[in-house]
Write a protein that binds this ligand. Structure first.
Ligand SMILES: *Cc1c(COP(=O)(O)O)cnc(C)c1O
Length: 500
């Protein structure tokens, strides 16, 4: 039994393979217990990655857990399902003849999208007898690390456009176009920024690039990193043009394991047609008995999460996805309004403000009330993500409170809410961020609001006590040494913002 085994009192093997074997139940219990120290995935509001699926999806995952997605010939039914998923996603993104592949996640998908841009640019340069040694790619400096990895790993100069409050913390499309030249392989446009959930303006960028082409003759392509937004926009904002409806959008990636609502381990990349997937990326394998075509970075990888994606497509349909995305957005907006209501926070995200109204200097509630006078209110298209910060009034009144302490206090209640800086140029602003996934229901939002408010109140209290004590000690010590000594013995209040 687990707790009467030798490992109950001896150290568990950590650095070397143990000499002897262990009972399965014992090994299981030991590892299981240690992993209890992890945060709870459903309470991990820091992550975009999906953490819940239905029992039937779990069953399919377990049934197919031993299948390798690269064994095309051995698992023909699995391969057919991959093909169907690509058709379904292509249709969702308004492609006419899309080609694509399942990947491990958006990171692999971004590498493939970027490589295709690079190869196409090289081909163009060669045809024109031009240099192919100094490619560059353009993106906002809010880019997720996967995009920067592409540039660094594949030797492409990265032209990072600084984000600002005026650009709503995302890519400034005018500056992006100014940074283009004949060595630009393309622009990465992000549908939804991981920092604040804002959607970058793919349509606006596309139009500016049309003008740029008219002036310079240079045809600059867009790859949309829709890691999170690829499964939000088609359902919640069907009129928003960001996908293959725009001819400059040559490829798109999305994470099935984010708002695709599958478990971690599935991503997608699609090109608008075979013309945009350079032949050099496609390998023809004569392997295990038949000819196979592959264009992935990984060879072996799990098939079960791709299968769970297909389960969702069938199970939820358009209707189900739409409901989930609208619910997530509704709850996220509710959370944003509740934060503003506390009087302590500004909401940096703009998902709860009327279309084309930005900025935290007025509350979303005021802005929506104003817009309502003119008619029905549409909201800014965005991810169900709420980034927020302590407001100036709070900071002035309680100058020693560190915002990160809110994150620490929430952790004691089980919530995982990160506190981090906006990208360089705006990095004097720290934000707390909550990703509203479907498991964060209305009831949980209520609890979260209470806990955030309590955390802010606690910090106010601590600062008040501390400054009172400081005043007492300094005031008294000049008058009466005896009293000052007594004061020193007073139990110190806990400060969450000290480093010790
Ligand atoms: C999550 C994310 C990525 C990376 O995707 P993975 O699926 O985690 O590899 C890239 N870009 C954006 C915008 C993201 O949100």
């Amino acid at each position: 039994m687990a707790y009467s085994s030798r490992y109950a009192v001896q150290e568990i093997p950590k650095y070397k393979l143990p000499k002897s074997s262990t009972e399965a139940k014992v090994a299981y219990q030991l590892i299981h217990d240690e992993l209890e120290l992890d945060g709870r995935p459903s309470m991990n509001l820091a992550s975009f990655v999906h953490t819940w699926m239905e029992d039937e999806a779990d069953k399919l995952v377990y049934e197919n857990i031993a299948k390798n997605l690269s064994d095309q010939d051995e698992y023909p039914a699995t391969m057919t399902i991959q093909g169907r998923c690509i058709s379904i996603i292509g249709n969702l993104w308004h492609a006419e003849a899309a080609i694509g592949t399942a990947t491990v996640g958006s990171s692999e998908a971004v590498m493939l999208g970027g490589l295709a841009l690079k190869k196409r640019w090289q081909e163009r340069q060669r045809k024109n007898g031009k240099d192919t040694s100094r490619p560059n790619i353009i993106m906002g400096n809010n880019a997720q690390v996967a995009l920067e990895k592409f540039a660094r790993y594949f030797d492409v100069e990265m032209r990072l456009i600084p984000v600002s409050e005026e650009s709503h913390h995302i890519l400034d499309i005018h500056k992006a176009v100014e940074a283009c030249d004949e060595n630009t392989i393309g622009i990465f446009c992000i549908l939804g920024s991981t920092f604040t959930g804002h959607f970058e303006d793919v349509l606006g960028l596309s139009k500016l690039l049309d003008d740029y082409e008219a002036k310079t003759g240079l045809d600059i392509a867009i790859h949309v990193d829709a890691a999170s937004g690829g499964f939000v926009a088609p359902f919640a904002f069907p009129d928003l043009k960001w996908d293959f409806r725009l001819k400059r959008v040559v490829s798109i990636n999305a994470s099935g394991h984010k708002f695709g609502l599958s478990y971690c381990g599935i991503g997608w990349v699609l090109w608008r047609s075979t013309d945009y997937l350079p032949k050099e990326l496609v390998f023809q394998l004569d392997y295990l008995g038949s000819i196979e075509y592959t264009y992935n970075l990984n060879f072996s990888r799990p098939a079960c999460f791709m299968i769970s994606q297909y389960y969702n497509f069938i199970r939820l349909g358009h209707e189900g996805y739409k409901r989930v995305m609208e619910n997530d957005l509704k709850n996220a907006r509710l959370f944003a309004y509740a934060l503003e209501e506390t009087g302590s926070f500004d909401v940096v995200s703009d998902l709860h403000r009327p279309l084309n109204v930005f900025g935290w200097h007025k509350t979303g509630k005021e802005q929506v009330a104003q817009a309502k006078k003119k008619g029905a209110v549409k909201y800014n298209p965005a991810l169900p993500v709420v980034s927020f910060k302590l407001n100036d009034e709070f900071k002035k009144k309680y100058p020693h409170v560190q915002q990160a302490a809110i994150s620490t206090l929430l952790r004691t209640k089980g919530w995982i809410v990160p506190n981090y800086k906006l990208p360089p140029a705006e990095d004097d602003t720290e934000i707390l961020r909550v990703v509203v996934r479907e498991s964060l229901s209305r009831e949980m939002i209520d609890r979260l609001v209470i806990d955030v408010r309590e955390a802010a109140d606690k910090l106010k209290e601590v600062e008040n006590e501390a400054s009172q004590m400081l005043a007492d000690v300094t005031g008294v010590s000049t008058k009466n040494k005896h009293e000052a000594h007594e004061h020193r013995n007073v139990k110190r209040p806990k400060t969450f913002n000290s480093t010790c």
